[in-house]
Design a protein around this ligand. Structure first.
Ligand code: ARG
Length: 636
């Protein structure tokens, strides 16, 4: 960072900015060039308005559309009394001194609009992007516990995501959780947090006793090793069907007034119960078999996650919640009067703890069944406390479908009612809507691998339509695979998380519209320009950027200057679409520039300057794609 800071101050000196930049909270000019402008404008505006810098600085806002300026100041935000905003605005504009960095502000309603002097912006911005590459857009300061004292370390966040269930389908909810959670983990890491990625598997309960019985009957060692996820799923489907038959038989017998006790006492259901009991009691053989199922499934999941650039620090799961923990939590809930007995079970009646409608809407969840088994909610309560002990986190995010809104509300409220207010406050549910119509081409149940295989095949077909290009791609199948994954991910991240969307294979794999392949194409095109221009980094760094005078060039410079702000702003929205919308805006700006900003045929100095701009754009596009979890391709 030292070099970035010192090269920045040299640069500012060379721009004849007299005084060193003042230090403001949340101002990081060494990693965000727009903060140079915020600091500069703040020192001017404090003079001009007489308002304190601590009010001015945070009032400067960035804009979505550049026609409105690069930064704006809502005049009322400075809380100056006695005069109307337009009057104040006019006064301040009149007093505004000549600046090396910004034009005189313009007034738009109650806003002051600031337009950057783009030649200076280019000089501050472009070399910094070219030098810092993957680092550009990151801000290591935001995750510090104490910005003034970095030795105190980083804030820690747990992001729990994906969380599929062993021997069950990996459905759309898991897919979305994986994509969104992977992105959020990258985002926090980019902003300097210490991120712990947890996968909370559904891997415990009577159904795993049933699965073991199924394996005894239909299992094959070989099939288990080759494809554990599908094999276990098929066994589970088969044995579950048998269980359903058994239940139907019992009902039928009882209806006829016949004796069903043999089936009840010796049937599958009872056997599964006993098997699971053995697992709970630590029976070596039972636990070992279950542990193999779990271990092999995780191994296979890891391979698939790797294709999505995702890894986990901790494969936790319902099985990992300790009995002592649950006993402790149960005791605590009882002692605090949170839980109560009801018809032999233990429940939480929220209407007694939370007045009015909100209490009723939280319902009356069961914590412990009559037979003493702990439930999903109970495990989550104890797991949260376990995580607190293990990780001492500052925040925790659960990335889970909105179908489980109630579950997570109940969880957080119970923790609060148990007296752990601070713990509850650190937790947040990031939810999302459903994917409609997701099925494979063969119409079978979806596993993550099936989805990825399908979109990869589809992309391969799309690529083959352009034979000339297709033949230039070194490894077309691998490229098709990456493009397919990008299709799925970009479609998923296009809207706000909470919206449902239609799984549309044709739309997502198209090169037209705001799709994954389009983004990849935009990146590959910039790479191809770079290859053809074949300039060295020092060529680019020594380019005379004041030659970038065309409106297209200036517009692009302003757009790319927003990247660090976009990343930071995403921490507020926690929406992947904030990043994606920006990347599409940027790629559209680039693609409309190509005809106006040619490299081939341009005079050497101009070609260098334009190439520096394209290179900076490529770096940002690539950084943005990787932040989303995509793998940018260089050729396609
Ligand atoms: N395995 C669960 C499911 O498939 C999701 C787990 C969500 N996380 C949690 N802490 N409850 O529905």
């Amino acid at each position: 960072m030292a070099t970035a800071a010192s090269s920045l101050s040299d640069k500012l000196k060379s721009l004849s900015l007299a005084e060193p930049l003042p230090k403001y909270p949340n101002c990081y000019p060494e990693v965000n060039p727009v903060d140079v402008y915020r600091a500069h404008l703040t020192s001017i505006l404090t003079e001009v308005t007489g308002v304190d810098a601590s009010v001015v600085y945070p009032a400067l806002q960035w804009t979505q559309t550049l026609e409105k300026g690069d930064l704006v100041l809502p005049v009322p935000a400075l809380r100056v009394k006695g005069k109307k905003p337009p009057e104040l605005a006019a006064e301040w504009v009149a007093k505004f001194p000549e600046s090396p960095l910004v034009h005189k502000p313009t007034v738009n309603g109650t806003f002051l609009q600031f337009f950057f002097k783009v030649d200076k912006l280019a000089e501050i911005l472009i070399p910094s992007i070219i030098e810092r590459k993957k680092e550009f857009g990151l801000n290591p300061y935001l995750g510090l516990k104490d910005v003034k004292d970095p030795s105190k370390g980083k804030k820690r966040i747990i992001i729990e995501f994906s969380s599929p269930n062993i021997a069950k389908p990996f459905h759309a909810g898991h897919l979305r959780s994986t994509i969104i959670g992977g992105f959020l983990a990258n985002l926090y890491e980019a902003l300097g947090w210490d991120v712990i990625r947890i996968n909370y598997l559904g891997d415990w309960g009577k159904q795993y006793g049933l699965l073991a019985l199924g394996f005894e009957r239909y299992g094959s060692e070989e099939a288990l090793l080759v494809d554990p996820i599908n094999h276990l799923f098929h066994i589970y489907v088969k044995i579950s069907a048998e269980l359903a038959d058994e239940k139907a038989k019992i009902t039928a017998l009882e209806k006829e007034g016949k004796d069903a006790s043999e089936l009840k006492n010796e049937g599958l259901d009872e056997q599964a119960r006993r098997y699971f009991k053995a697992m709970v009691d630590g029976d070596e053989k039972a636990v070992a078999l279950w542990a193999r199922f779990r271990g092999l499934s995780i191994k296979r999941y890891k391979e698939t996650y790797a294709r999505l650039n995702i890894h986990f620090d901790d494969y936790s799961g319902e099985s990992q919640v300790k009995q002592e923990r649950m006993d402790f939590a149960a005791q605590k809930m009882a002692d605090m009067g949170v839980s109560e007995e009801s018809e032999g079970a233990v429940i939480v009646d929220f209407s007694k703890h939370v007045p009015g409608k909100p209490g009723k809407s939280l319902e009356r969840p069961i914590i412990k069944k009559k037979d003493g088994t702990a439930l999903y909610l109970t495990r989550d309560i104890s797991e949260m406390m376990q995580r607190e002990d293990k990780y001492h986190f500052d925040e925790m995010i659960y990335v889970v479908a909105s179908q489980q809104d109630l579950h997570l509300k109940q969880l957080f409220k119970i923790i609060e009612l148990m007296g752990y207010k601070d713990l509850a406050k650190k937790c947040q549910h990031i939810n999302f809507g459903m994917v409609l119509g997701m099925s494979t081409r063969k119409g079978t149940v979806k596993f993550l691998d099936d989805i990825l295989r399908d979109v990869g095949e589809k992309m391969h077909e799309v690529m083959q339509k352009n034979q000339v290009k297709y033949e230039q791609v070194e490894n077309p199948l691998a490229t098709a695979d990456i493009l397919g994954i990008s299709s799925v991910m970009v479609q998923d991240m296009s809207g706000k998380r909470i919206n449902n969307y239609e799984f549309n294979m044709d739309a997502m794999t198209s090169f037209e519209g705001d799709t994954g392949p389009y983004l990849q194409y935009a990146h590959a095109r910039l790479c191809s320009i770079t290859r053809r221009a074949n300039m060295s980094e020092s060529d680019l760094l020594s380019a005379n950027l004041s030659l970038l005078t065309e409106p297209h060039a200036q517009n692009l410079i302003r757009v790319i200057s927003q990247w660090p702000d976009v990343v930071q702003n995403t921490l507020k929205t926690l929406e992947p679409t904030t990043i994606l919308t920006y990347l599409f805006k940027m790629t559209h700006t680039i693609s409309s520039s190509y005809d106006h900003l040619r490299i081939v045929g341009s005079e050497e100095e101009l070609a260098k300057a334009r190439m520096a701009l394209y290179d900076a754009s490529r770096v940002i596009l690539s950084n943005g794609m990787r932040l989303l979890g995509l793998t940018p391709v260089e050729r396609m």
